[in-house]
Design a protein around this ligand. Structure first.
Ligand code: IPM
Ligand code: MG
Length: 367
């Protein structure tokens, strides 16, 4: 008795998404993602909170306590973007949106695994800076997100400010868990992992290579090779089709994921997932577009909402295991592009130039 009612309560509470629109074009693109998911299914509840410069202006801090608590109480976070020139000069730097909100969220929520798929859409092959089929890629960067030089101590100035110190630290546990995550991602793809490091110079990279090699022996279903980061940057331009999963540390992953994403033609198309430990049997994650807040075009309806819509689809896949709705949303994005709907960043001759919300409407109509 009464059990039925409890079950219903659990189901309702279990699909809560914290929505953090943020700054610049963030609110516009997030609104389209919420619109598309809500049109596809009524299973998710969305609750908004302030983050980034918008939160700083309203409350004096880029990540208010209520925002962090909302994220902690949700199953997943859908974020737009944070930052912009207006907040670049805030002192101390810990109050700037990038450090005080984005990096703080990654640290506080334990989001150690950043998954950034980069797949060229057929309709947009001409937008790739690499010519012809060369730009047809389908790879995924798995970037360690809470360690390395981004978070190492000490980080300080000495010598009256004339010497600056950042520290790169990695331990075995951090390398193991991101490696296992990369193997998991590879298992749903071509099962090939290239681990990228700078083992000819860095001690952290030598440990990295050691740990990845050990795990590779224990998981023979995944093919693992190693590549130095400078060579990888070059190979991504020379022959990007050779990559399936790129596994790498925080800063190399930051750089290589921008390079990989540009090969698909537009940063405006690429989603990302930042995953942490599971909550119950669900992986917790923060989902956001790879692009930034683009303050120069904010508020004009010119932003491409597809990266955020695809990030919401990743959320349905990874956190909620709802592959069928995710697939419908991904197919709807591709269908809208195939029909010629374009925002300015990917506009081509003979296409239909539309605003952010009109592209959202076109995608809804394809669901
Ligand atoms: C990214 C961004 C961030 C990073 C910045 C905004 C701190 O470039 O998510 O790739 O370097 O991680
Ligand atoms: Mg980056």
């Amino acid at each position: 008795m009464g059990n039925g009612g409890q079950d219903i309560l659990i189901v309702i509470m279990a699909k809560k998404v914290a929505v953090l629109p943020g700054d610049g074009i963030g609110p516009e693109v997030v609104a389209e993602a919420v619109k598309v998911v809500s049109a596809a299914t009524s299973e998710y509840s969305f609750e908004e909170a302030l983050v980034g410069g918008a939160a700083y202006d309203a409350t004096g801090v880029p990540l208010p306590k209520e925002t962090l608590e909302l994220c902690q109480s949700a199953n997943a976070v859908l974020m737009g973007a944070v930052g912009g020139p207006k907040w670049d000069h805030i002192q101390p730097a810990e109050l700037r949106p990038e450090i005080g909100a984005l990096l703080a969220l990654r640290r506080e929520l334990g989001l150690y695994a950043n998954v950034r798929p980069a797949k060229t859409m057929k309709a947009l092959i001409n937008a790739s800076p690499l010519k012809g089929d060369h730009g047809m890629i389908d790879l995924c960067v798995v970037r360690e997100l809470t360690g390395g030089i981004y978070f190492g101590e000490p980080r300080e100035r000495r010598d009256n400010g004339n010497t600056a110190i950042d520290t790169c630290v990695y331990n075995r546990t951090e390398i193991e868990r991101i490696t296992l995550q990369a193997f998991e991602v590879a298992r749903s793809r071509r099962k090939e992992v290239v681990s990228v490091d700078k083992a000819n110079v860095l001690e952290t990279s030598r440990l990295w290579r050691e740990v990845v090699s050990e795990l590779a022996t224990k998981h023979p279903d995944v093919k693992v090779t190693h590549m130095l980061v400078d060579n990888c940057a070059m190979q991504l331009v020379r022959d990007p089709g050779q990559f399936d999963v790129i596994l790498t540390e925080n800063m190399f992953g930051d750089i290589l994921s921008d390079e990989a994403s540009m090969i698909t033609g537009s940063l405006g198309l690429l989603p990302s997932a930042s995953l942490g430990a599971s909550k119950g049997d669900r992986p917790f994650g923060l989902y956001e577009p790879v692009h930034g807040s683009a303050p120069d075009i904010a508020g004009q309806g010119r932003a491409n909402p597809i990266a955020t819509i695809l990030s919401a689809a990743l959320m349905l896949r990874y956190t909620f295991n709802d592959h069928s709705t995710a697939q419908r949303i991904e197919d709807a994005c591709e269908a809208a592009l195939n029909e010629g709907f374009r925002t300015a960043d990917i506009f081509e001759k003979d296409c239909n130039l539309v605003s952010t919300s009109k592209l959202g409407d076109a995608i809804v109509s394809k669901l």
